[in-house]
Design a binder for this molecule. Structure first.
Ligand SMILES: NC(=O)C1=CN([C@@H]2O[C@H](COP(=O)(O)OP(=O)(O)OC[C@H]3O[C@@H](n4cnc5c(N)ncnc54)[C@H](OP(=O)(O)O)[C@@H]3O)[C@@H](O)[C@H]2O)C=CC1
Ligand SMILES: O=C(O)[C@H](O)CS(=O)(=O)O
Length: 483
């Protein structure tokens, strides 16, 4: 892994403005999923090391929260500029530790930076309000104030964007933030910490700690100094963390699992639908929470769509992320491969048909052939569980009512997609789908300006957009008797 700016490769954690090892002196190895080779080590911090970070964040909060919003904006804008200037190095780190193709990693680096740019601006727009009092001798004013010391626990699939999508609004609001990144992808998080320090972020305002998820997560959730937890990951772990936060009534933002339907109506632009399916299904080798997980195709266009999609999928180049033209990198680990194999085997055993792919790639390791299955039904595991891999299961449907019922038949409600050229159908379907985010004639819906988040068991709260900063603010009103 060659970096233009070698200072971005950090093997220590940033705690209270210092680069520190763990008090136990233990380290965690970081490997490259494409090769299985160890590329770095990071400290295994302990619960007591985490307490040090929490107290540093509490101290830093006292001054950071009182800083003029415009001055916080200036620090965040410098962080944004440094992220853009170092996007190639951030991309190299992501491809090395997570495996995604370099072009996707560069895209994520800029996507991550866009949250810092957006919330640098939002910092200056935390408005309050005045409310006419019920009696003329009183005045009521509403103000918004930063929640306090915040913690973030983030997943491996977007090592940069999932951090800034939380840290940027928190810091903009005047909070301080401790990030515990996934064990598999700490290097990008530590590089973001290095750039934050270069941007002049005061000690204790933004800290990154690495170590055992349960030990560090336990310390963060148990602390009554930490007033807010923002988590992105599986619904199963989200439930656990929600329970761990209950004793201290922490504020929560949860971005959890998905099971996105992708619906192709007979009146769709089929070529556009194929492009959208490729984008929403195979991005990050299918390892995103908003990936289409079930593709429903209306009878009249089913065979045509399946043929078009399979031809494009079979041509997707699989390989190591730094190689040019590679579009599908490795899955994150062997467990991910096992889940994909399990979903395919279950579907075929219950009557599905393999159209293309279907097995581990000739490259070996965790590389997997991009796959399309046909004649898939609701009775198969792949209909109910998030595959988190490069498999497109095609379901048939006959009517709009039938497909809406199938699409909504899940405990998840994160993202959904549909293709139709009919404007009346567009409104009916968009309103009937029980999801937090709906793509119409597009497979790419993620950006910094829209409120990203799910309903049902896909989470709580929204990230990005002007709503995103509210997750890090408390509302207070002053009722003043003036006569
Ligand atoms: N809604 C969204 O925006 C997103 C949702 N996801 C969902 O996450 C899942 C895949 O990501 P994955 O990383 O495997 O999800 P996990 O839920 O397994 O892990 C997410 C994070 O939580 C940590 N973690 C795991 N167990 C605990 C625990 N007991 N206490 C504290 N922290 C813990 C993990 O640490 P470690 O990895 O070190 O074990 C990781 O940092 C999928 O379901 C996907 O849909 C993923 C990304 C975005
Ligand atoms: O982790 C994820 O899956 C991301 O939230 C998806 S996105 O924001 O890049 O769409």
């Amino acid at each position: 892994m060659k970096l233009k700016n070698p200072t971005l490769l950090r093997d220590r954690c940033l705690v209270n403005g210092e680069w520190v090892s763990g008090s136990k002196g233990e380290v965690i190895e970081v490997d490259n999923p494409a090769t299985g080779k160890i590329i770095a080590t990071v400290p295994a911090l302990s619960a007591s090391d985490t307490e040090n970070a929490i107290h540093a964040a509490q101290t830093a909060f006292r001054s950071w929260s009182k800083m003029a919003a415009k001055d916080r904006t200036a620090v965040l804008r410098r962080w944004f500029t440094l992220m853009v200037d170092n996007a190639d190095d951030l991309a190299a780190l992501m491809t090395a530790e997570q495996g995604k193709p370099l072009a996707e990693a560069k895209g994520e680096a800029l996507y991550a930076a866009s949250f810092v740019e957006w919330f640098a601006e939002e910092a200056k727009r935390v408005y309050g309000e005045t409310i006419p009092a019920p009696t003329n001798n009183k005045r009521i004013v509403v103000i918004k104030q930063p929640i306090g010391v915040c913690a973030a626990i983030t997943p491996w699939n977007f090592p940069a964007a999932m951090i800034t999508r939380k840290a940027a609004p928190a810091l903009a609001a005047g909070c301080t933030m401790i990030v515990r990144p996934a064990e598999k992808t700490p290097l990008t998080a530590l590089a973001l910490a290095e750039l934050a320090q270069q941007a002049g972020m005061p000690a204790g305002v933004f800290q990154v700690i690495t170590g055992d998820a349960r030990e560090l997560g336990g310390a963060l959730t148990a602390s009554d100094i930490v007033t807010k937890l923002s988590f992105t990951g599986s619904t199963q772990v989200g439930r656990l963390l929600m329970a761990q936060c209950a004793p201290t009534i922490k504020k929560l933002s949860l971005e959890l699992g998905g099971n996105a339907p992708f619906i192709v109506f007979e009146d769709a632009d089929l070529d556009a639908a194929v492009e959208g399916a490729l984008a929403s299904k195979y991005r990050n080798a299918g390892q995103t929470c908003v990936c289409s997980n079930r593709l429903y195709v209306q009878d009249a266009v089913y065979d045509q769509f399946a043929e078009k999609l399979a031809a494009r999928v079979a041509a997707l180049k699989v390989g190591e992320g730094h190689q040019p033209e590679v579009l599908i990198g490795p899955l994150i680990d062997g467990n991910a491969v096992k889940k994909v194999e399990e979903h395919i085997a279950d579907a075929l055993a219950k009557g599905a048909r393999l159209v293309t792919g279907g097995k581990t790639h000739a490259l070996g390791g965790t590389f997997f052939e991009p796959t399309v299955l046909a004649e898939v039904t609701q009775q198969m595991k792949i209909a109910r569980e998030e595959t988190f891999g490069p498999v497109a299961p095609l379901f048939r449907f006959h009517s709009e009512e039938e497909v809406i019922a199938m699409a909504n038949d899940t405990e998840f409600g994160l993202a959904a997609y549909f293709y139709t050229e009919n404007v009346r159908r567009t409104w009916r379907v968009a309103e009937a789908l029980e999801y937090g985010m709906v793509g119409h004639n597009t497979g790419l819906i993620s950006n910094e300006v829209a409120p990203f988040g799910g309903v049902k068991q896909s989470g709580l709260g929204r990230e990005g957009s002007h709503h995103g900063i509210d997750e890090y603010l408390e509302i207070k009103y002053l009722c003043s008797e003036i006569a």
